[in-house]
Design a binder for this molecule. Structure first.
Ligand SMILES: NC(=O)c1ccc[n+]([C@@H]2O[C@H](COP(=O)([O-])OP(=O)(O)OC[C@H]3O[C@@H](n4cnc5c(N)ncnc54)[C@H](O)[C@@H]3O)[C@@H](O)[C@H]2O)c1
Length: 377
């Protein structure tokens, strides 16, 4: 039995509380939130010990493991406090807003033999796991390009007032939405070595971006693009889709299905032939003991609890893995609008003068000259 505390009881914290409170191998020994309202209700209807201060809870309750689901700017200091007390941590995503904190905390946890995980629940979605299995099998050949997309209806009019609308608190579509597809990319392909052409676009928000578009490149030559908007109400809820092209075919995966096209299926996993094969979430999703929001939310917490029981320090979306995602997010923020090249409108005179000649440039000049000659006649 693991003694668990929940810190932060908003949208995610309440969901985590309900899942972990029903787990057979867990005892919830305390919950904490800075707002009294939610504590009164939870204390009254569940009997759980409630606290309005994390330090007081950790001093008085016998906490072995903590789930942290406070607004993102609190993650780093709260995680540090827990780790220093020898407490295993599950932290919501994004792990830390400053990747220097992420790396330091991953090292601290490792030095103290603590089991860590970040709430990248897509790693527990059957179709995204199947995509990883196919990629790892090498069936796609050499991967050339990946497109990671996420769209949904979070901000559909100008508004503010919560931490989600403030950049310095971890608000904005990059940390709220793009973190998920970026994490899938780092899970599939590791750390990219550069990011370029970033656009952080505003649709309705004044202080944060609502759209994220960027290009990535991995050391082995894979190129990638990210396309994210949280101001897209053509989707009822967040919809994530990954498309991968390789020398032997192509894969699309979303939460519902994985569609695989292979030219040659010789090295493909069983069940995949040449041409299209489609597998659905219904056959790829494992049952969970307690369902809230989606199986992946229960599966990720169950995975963390089992890793604690087994002393399994390395695992999917542990702090070391989540640090790579934080590094990419940080690079995207810092590189926004950098390295842009002006597109110049050419006149025929400019074109004739432009140096050095290129195949395309010389063809263009020739064409412009012929237009000029015809105009003169
Ligand atoms: N994995 C996902 O799909 C997903 C989805 C939504 C949010 N999140 C992440 O979960 C975290 C929380 O998001 P949310 O939507 O639940 O936010 P929220 O605003 O609904 O809830 C945050 C809660 O933390 C409490 N809180 C604030 N400061 C505190 C403090 N110092 N001590 C204790 N409690 C404090 C607030 O009172 C509130 O109840 C964020 O990091 C967010 O990025 C992840």
């Amino acid at each position: 039995m693991v003694n668990v505390a929940i810190i932060g009881l908003g949208k995610m914290g309440l969901s985590h509380f309900s899942i972990i409170n029903a787990h057979n191998d867990v005892k919830v020994v305390g919950v904490c939130d800075s707002s009294g309202y939610v504590l009164d209700i939870l204390g009254k209807y569940t009997g759980v010990a409630t606290f309005n201060d994390m330090g007081k809870m950790l001093d008085s309750a016998n906490v072995e493991a903590a789930v942290i689901s406070t607004p993102s700017r609190f993650h780093a200091p709260m995680v540090r406090d827990c780790l220093e007390r020898g407490i295993h941590v599950f932290c919501e995503k994004p792990f830390c807003l400053d990747p220097a904190d992420s790396v330091a905390l991953a090292e601290l946890a490792r030095n103290k033999d603590l089991v860590t995980q970040v709430g990248y629940h897509n790693r527990h979605v059957g179709t995204f796991r199947e995509l990883k299995r196919i990629l790892d099998s090498g069936a796609l050949g050499r991967v050339t390009h990946v497109l990671a997309e996420a769209y949904g209806p979070v901000v559909l009019k100008p508004k503010g007032g919560t931490w989600r609308s403030k950049k310095e608190e971890g608000g904005g579509a990059l940390y709220d939405y793009a973190a998920h597809p970026v994490d899938l990319l780092t899970w599939y392909f590791g750390r990219p070595d550069w990011v370029a052409g970033t656009v952080l676009g505003q649709v309705f928000s004044a202080e944060t971006e609502d759209e994220v578009f960027t290009t990535l490149r991995w050391p082995d030559g894979i190129s990638g693009q990210l396309s994210v908007s949280w101001s897209d109400d053509s989707h009822r809820k967040m919809t994530t889709r990954i498309s991968v092209w390789g020398t032997n075919g192509k894969i699309y995966a979303d939460r519902q299905e994985v569609q695989v096209y292979l030219r040659d299926a010789t090295s493909a996993p069983a069940g995949y032939g040449p041409g299209w094969t489609v597998r659905y979430t219904t056959e790829l999703t494992e049952e969970v003991d307690f369902y809230v929001r989606g199986e992946e939310y229960s599966a990720q917490l169950d995975n963390w609890v089992k890793r604690i029981a087994g002393g399994d320090l390395s695992g999917s979306a542990d702090f070391a893995a989540a640090s790579i995602t934080d590094e990419v997010l940080h690079t995207i923020v810092n590189g926004a609008d950098a390295g842009m090249h002006a597109v110049t409108a050419l006149t025929s005179t400019d074109a004739a003068r432009s140096e050095p000649p290129t195949t395309f440039g010389s063809r263009l000049r020739k064409r412009l000259r012929s237009i000029r000659i015809r105009t003169k006649r």
